[in-house]
Design a protein around this ligand. Structure first.
Ligand SMILES: [Zn+2]
Ligand SMILES: [Zn+2]
Ligand SMILES: [Zn+2]
Length: 453
């Protein structure tokens, strides 16, 4: 008989189907292959959250079904919710999905963020990656689960990138937060200021406009006993609309005395003190995510997503790429127009992916990809020749264009000082041999030359 491990107050649930083991604290020695699920049933919400964190963080228990009977701060983000009525079905479904989960994904989920997230979402269809509000942090929201698994900041960008490739997909927009353009903090004070001198010392006041002489002043200046009398022309003002009206300007600056209607809104960052214009604030969107189509495929087939093409756009298959090269080569005689191949090797990508935070690495690759895309034309196609090598086909290249692209590639390399990626580039013009070129062999040759370097 499989067992339920109940932590905290005693709980008798589904004891006809499962053996219920009771303990007051999380005791890892009680967790065995026979544990179908863990139920957190303590009234101490801090203890529940600590147990949730500990269970999700540890590779051995990160993917397990962990139910939390009471709402806690982290419960929604880390737990599987309250024990469902159809617990035996949910456990059966979990076990089925565990069998279907590709062995590579399960193995990599022990040490790699992306596969762990896929496995986690795959095993229980109710699971989501959820943000929670944390006022003590700059961004106002955090993804506690991803935080447990990778300590590099800026999870929302990594998640957004994973959702672009349909590894995960957005389920619901939880919040949209306006953030300081300098430090990304969401702790902002929106404050009305004087449009003339930007002083914050302004006040609302009732003003009067005398029709007889055109004088405008505060209502106080018009008060004589109980009557309104213009202090300028001494006319008694009886009827609004006939003798006087109230001008639209109804705020006054105590610093420069300007009267105005629309205040100028400044956005003061409480975190870094920067004063933002309202138009220049950044906007961050926080979503809950479920598993996407690519994530489902990856869970079942184990085929890895490759970081590079995802950043660069759609890659051609190697066969298609060879076909394209042959096609442009046939189109124009080689002495008239020159075409070339740019081979690009990210030398230390595999090494870095073991040593660095995956989120940090993706940031660097994205940054590089963004620069590279900026240098290429939309029509320049590419393929992934190996995990860390990309081939680009650059058509219609004259000498000037070739020199240009060489110089630009070098400058990208130099600008990459803060970027740990080591990039090596080879540019090869289609050889003018006068014979039909065997592109497969030629590309292999370039690849070998690139790897030898
Ligand atoms: Zn007057
Ligand atoms: Zn002013
Ligand atoms: Zn700031």
């Amino acid at each position: 008989m499989k067992h339920l491990l109940v932590i905290g107050d005693p709980l008798q649930a589904h004891s006809d189907v499962f053996e219920v083991i009771q303990c007051s604290f999380l005791d890892r020695s009680q967790i065995t292959d026979n544990t179908a699920a863990i139920v957190l049933n303590s009234r101490d919400v801090e203890l529940v959250d600590e147990s949730l964190k500990s269970l999700r963080q540890h590779p051995e228990t990160a993917l397990m079904l962990v139910y939390n009977q009471r709402p806690t701060r982290l419960g929604e983000a880390l737990g599987d919710g309250k024990l469902p009525d159809d617990l035996p079905d949910e456990i059966a479904q979990y076990e089925r999905h565990l069998q279907w989960l590709h062995a590579d994904v399960l193995e990599k989920s022990r040490y790699q963020l992306e596969n762990r997230m896929i496995a986690y979402l795959w095993l229980n269809r109710h699971r989501r990656i959820r943000p929670i509000r944390v006022l003590a942090t700059r961004g106002m929201y955090q993804y506690p689960l991803i935080d447990l698994w990778d300590d590099y900041p800026a999870k929302e960008f990594w998640l957004a990138s994973a959702s672009r490739t349909e590894l995960i997909k957005t389920e619901k927009l939880i919040d949209r937060v306006r953030a300081c353009q300098r430090c990304n903090s969401g702790m902002l004070n929106y404050i009305d200021t004087c449009p003339s001198c930007h002083s914050i010392d302004i006040q609302t006041e009732a003003a009067i406009h005398c029709f007889t002489c055109g004088h405008i002043a505060t209502q106080g200046a018009f008060m004589r006993q109980d009557n309104l009398v213009c202090p300028n022309c001494l006319t008694t003002l009886r009827h609004i609309g006939t003798d006087y009206d109230r001008p639209l300007e109804d705020q006054r600056c105590n610093t420069c005395n300007t009267l105005f209607t629309d205040a100028y809104v400044k956005v003061h960052c409480l975190y870094c003190n920067f004063e933002n214009d309202i138009e220049s604030l950044k906007t961050h969107r926080y979503y809950s995510y479920c598993l996407g189509n690519l994530g489902i495929t990856q869970a079942k087939t184990g085929s890895d997503r490759h970081m590079l093409p995802a950043v660069m756009g759609d890659a051609l298959s190697r066969e298609h790429f060879v076909w394209m090269a042959r096609w442009v080569d046939n189109l124009t005689p080689r002495h008239q127009k020159r075409h070339m191949v740019m081979a690009l090797h990210l030398k230390n990508l595999d090494d870095l992916s073991l040593k660095r935070s995956e989120i940090e690495l993706l940031n660097h690759v994205e940054e590089f990809g963004r620069r590279l895309r900026g240098e290429l034309r939309k029509t320049d196609v590419f393929c992934r020749y190996s995990t860390s090598v990309l081939f680009f086909l650059l058509t219609d290249a004259d000498d000037k264009a070739i020199d240009n692209i060489k110089a630009r590639m070098e400058s990208i390399g130099k600008e990459q000082i803060d970027n740990p990626l080591e990039i090596h580039v080879l540019l090869k013009v289609f050889p003018d041999t006068g014979t039909v070129l065997d592109f497969n062999a030629w590309f292999r040759h370039i690849f070998e030359e690139l790897m030898d370097d």
